[in-house]
Design a protein around this ligand. Structure first.
Ligand SMILES: CC(C)(COP(=O)(O)OP(=O)(O)OC[C@H]1O[C@@H](n2cnc3c(N)ncnc32)[C@H](O)[C@@H]1OP(=O)(O)O)[C@@H](O)C(=O)NCCC(=O)NCCS
Length: 208
């Protein structure tokens, strides 16, 4: 394949992330009847987004890849937003950020057709369908962006999340024993799950 053919393949013809994000903020009804607002992370979310990570219990925070208690790291994420690379979609209840699902994309290389999804919900706001709503939006955006697959990474102990992704259609691709280390350098199994995406055109042709 020539260089220009590769570049053309990387950019879906009709997709514009700015256009796609115009549908936000979006209100969704949760299982308990309350409403949540979904929208992309904004530069002025710094403190509120940091607070979400501070509210995650320490044992669970160990499994997060980045040192999210460090305000400088969150500030850097909020001030250098590039939705084409990392799209954090936050969920707000009563004006407070209580959840996040992020679509991570590699803009070149051999995984350029695979998006990665990560998700986190505040412990007090779990079990209401917020993660499901956030992931549904992220997967929809990934599909419309022309990605062919999405994947999600876990450590073995994240059983709730693994169960949830399985319910959302993701299948287990691999498990590697004692492959990753948490922030305290303790080894854990690594699990990769994935979902094949169909484009709108494929859906249209499948339905005749
Ligand atoms: C996993 C997590 C995101 C779920 O968030 P949530 O908002 O409570 O999830 P939802 O309410 O949208 O639940 C979605 C589905 O998953 C299932 N589920 C959620 N938590 C579950 C649990 N602890 N055990 C079993 N199933 C669970 C629900 O039954 C639900 O299915 P239903 O809608 O048919 O009832 C949340 O527990 C979390 O933030 N965990 C820590 C971070 C993490 O592990 N992230 C994943 C790494 S990418």
């Amino acid at each position: 394949m020539t260089q220009s053919a590769i570049e053309i393949e990387m950019i879906p013809m009709s997709f514009s992330i700015e256009l796609e994000l115009q549908k936000f903020p979006k209100t969704v009804a949760l299982k308990d009847g309350k409403k949540a607002t979904l929208r992309p992370l904004q530069p002025d979310d710094e403190k509120d987004f940091h607070q979400l990570f501070l509210d995650i219990p320490e044992p669970e925070r160990m499994f997060i890849k980045h040192r999210v208690t460090d305000l400088k790291i969150i500030r850097d994420w909020c001030r250098n937003i590039d939705y084409g690379r990392n799209l954090p979609l936050v969920g707000l209840i009563g004006g407070k950020i209580v959840g996040d699902a992020t679509l991570h994309q590699q803009l070149g290389g051999w995984k350029r057709h695979v998006g990665r999804v990560s998700v986190l919900v505040h412990p007090e706001f779990r079990g209401r369908g917020l993660a499901r709503a956030l992931i549904a939006e992220i997967v929809d955006i990934a599909r419309r962006a022309g990605l062919e697959k999405v994947e999600a990474e876990f450590i073995g102990e994240q059983e709730a999340a693994i169960h949830m992704f399985a319910m959302l259609g993701f299948s287990r691709l691999l498990r590697l024993e004692d492959y990753v280390k948490d922030m305290q350098a303790i080894s854990h199994d690594y699990i990769l799950m994935g979902l094949d995406l169909k484009t709108d055109e494929e859906y249209a042709s499948a339905s005749g």
